[in-house]
Design a binder for this molecule. Structure first.
Ligand code: ATP
Ligand code: MG
Length: 498
């Protein structure tokens, strides 16, 4: 172990957030050891802006709670740790770990519980990569370096601590972390790891809970280096484990969305990981729509059913939360409405809560070469910057175009005219409804045919997500068939449940 002077490595208190300093100081004053560890130290050494700071201490989670009181929440069962809230910041505080006991691992060697407390020396070897295993004590200006981490930082090397097979078996998520850090830092992946990053190993990701994999996917999408990461996911055959229904290929649309996402992060803007899921799953969604239509479902029924099916299958890999599912389906379902809006619907559409995301999606598709958008991505792009008068004019122009298209269609029924013609004489005001509302209406009006067709296709597609231990929830499952009761407002207020 070597002790480095932090200021010689480019670190100083001035670069830290007040919250992490308060956590370290409070723990020290309560008589515990405490260090900054992980990405905060690594990124500061590299001159990067850490996304957050993590702390580690010899205090147990309950001692941390006693120290911080109501500002502390204990989370996690497999890996218990404390979240300490200081102002608007949250600091993750872990307790030194000892090696896991044999009984706490699965048959495949995965660690099921990692809550044996230990010493700092035991803790460093439990961390994933050497560059993540430095312990910075800001109040003393020291860094403990147990495994030549500083050299690996200087040489830009990603080295896993310990035997790669054992460490990946213990926690397959480390394979995702290697690729994420390789993409983010541009570091070279150590030969010992590369040798074992093979499909027989990546398939272990199927053992990991879909909730944890969703969290990891969120980190991957929001690390600002998706463009570099996606080819790595494909090269090391991790992609198939995470996105089973998406062909392992970075299409122009996916690439554009990745560039866009990375750019937003560099500009300090927020990103919604659900948007990137909507992009990734767009092709499987369209294929599913076609398949359902071929089986006799109407366009609207096919779209509704396809959205549910594709997300339900993805949830077997990464558990996308409900609110994100709604977001994704709204973005998908708004595509035809943006491509061929009813004239009177245009102003309302542009103020719809999901308009911005759905428009971004459409615009990306169009810029990635989609022609079935009929130039409406550009139309909406320009529309948004117009004055109220100008908006009225372009809407009128759009309406005249619709009329012309309809006349052409009537004169020559075989002619291929822009999709927008179909809404021409539906002039009545349309109240925009959310996907949730539509889904509710759909559920109650869904013909048994839709459910039967979807179930038939489900069984034919089963091979793609053939998890013997988990049964796919098919369209006949009570969850899928569940109907929500519509309750009047007064009944809700009175607490009656009809
Ligand atoms: P960033 O926060 O920038 O994504 P990080 O390295 O700080 O990167 P965290 O997920 O915040 O990553 O974890 C903090 C530290 O905890 C890591 O640096 C590493 O030392 C340790 N760690 C996290 N996940 C694992 C894991 N799966 N196996 C072993 N150690 C881990
Ligand atoms: Mg971190």
């Amino acid at each position: 172990m070597q002790t480095l002077r932090a200021s010689d490595c480019g670190l100083s208190i001035a670069l830290l957030s007040p919250a992490i300093l308060e956590v370290i100081d409070t723990l020290n004053k309560a008589g515990y050891e405490a260090y900054i560890v992980g990405g905060g130290v690594r990124d500061l050494m590299l001159g990067l802006h850490p996304k957050d700071f993590d702390a580690v201490t010899n205090a147990t989670p309950s001692q941390i709670r006693d120290t911080f009181g109501r500002r502390c929440r204990i989370i996690g069962r497999r890996f218990e740790l404390a979240h300490v809230f200081i102002g608007r910041e949250m600091i993750e505080v872990a307790t030194f770990r000892a090696p896991p006991k044999k009984a706490q691992t699965s048959a495949m060697g995965m660690v099921l519980r990692d809550n044996a407390w230990g010493t700092i020396k035991q803790d460093f070897s439990r961390r994933d990569f050497s560059i993540n295993a430095m312990y910075y004590q800001p109040l003393k200006d020291t860094i403990f370096d147990f495994c030549h981490s500083y050299d690996d930082i200087k040489q830009q090397k990603l080295k896993l601590l310990g035997d790669p097979v054992q460490r990946f078996e213990e926690d397959p998520v480390r394979m995702l972390r290697v690729l994420r850090f390789a993409a983010k830092l541009g570091f070279e992946i150590d030969e010992a790891m590369l040798k074992v990053l093979v499909p027989e190993m990546t398939v272990l990701l199927r053992e990991v809970s879909p909730h944890r994999l969703y969290d990891e996917s969120q980190k991957m999408f929001s690390a600002g280096h998706l463009t570099e990461l996606l080819p790595l996911l494909i090269e090391y055959q991790v992609w198939q484990q995470l996105f089973a229904d998406v062909p392992p290929h970075v299409s122009t649309f996916i690439e554009r969305a990745a560039i866009n996402t990375d750019q937003r992060i560099k500009q300090g803007k927020s990103i919604n990981p659900a948007f990137f899921y909507a992009v990734l799953l767009w092709e499987p969604y369209l294929e599913r729509v076609e398949l359902l239509k071929e089986k006799g479902l109407s366009d609207v029924d096919a779209r509704t059913q396809a959205g549910m099916d594709v997300l339900r299958r993805q949830a077997l890999r990464t558990a996308i939360p409900r609110y994100s599912e709604h977001f994704i389906r709204e973005v998908w379902e708004m595509q035809p409405r943006l491509i061929s809006p009813r004239t009177r619907q245009i102003p309302a559409l542009s103020t719809h809560a999901r308009f911005r995301a759905a428009y971004d999606f459409l615009y990306l598709r169009e810029n990635a070469g989609a022609t079935d958008t009929h130039g409406m991505g550009q139309w909406w792009h320009e529309y948004q910057d117009l004055s109220t008068d100008q908006k009225e004019k372009v809407i009128q122009k759009y309406n005249r175009q619709l009329i012309r298209d309809k006349r052409k269609q009537q004169a020559n029924p075989d002619a291929i005219v822009n999709d927008v013609k179909v809404h021409m004489d539906d002039g009545d005001d349309v109240v925009l409804s959310t996907v949730a509302e539509q889904a509710r209406k759909k559920r109650s009006s869904f013909s048994s045919k839709s459910a039967r067709v979807a179930a038939e296709i489900d069984s034919s597609l089963e091979h793609a997500v053939n998890r013997p231990d988990k049964k796919v929830v098919d369209a006949n499952h009570p969850i899928t068939r569940r109907r929500r009761k519509v309750r009047e407002q007064f009944q809700v207020e009175m607490g009656r449940s009809t």
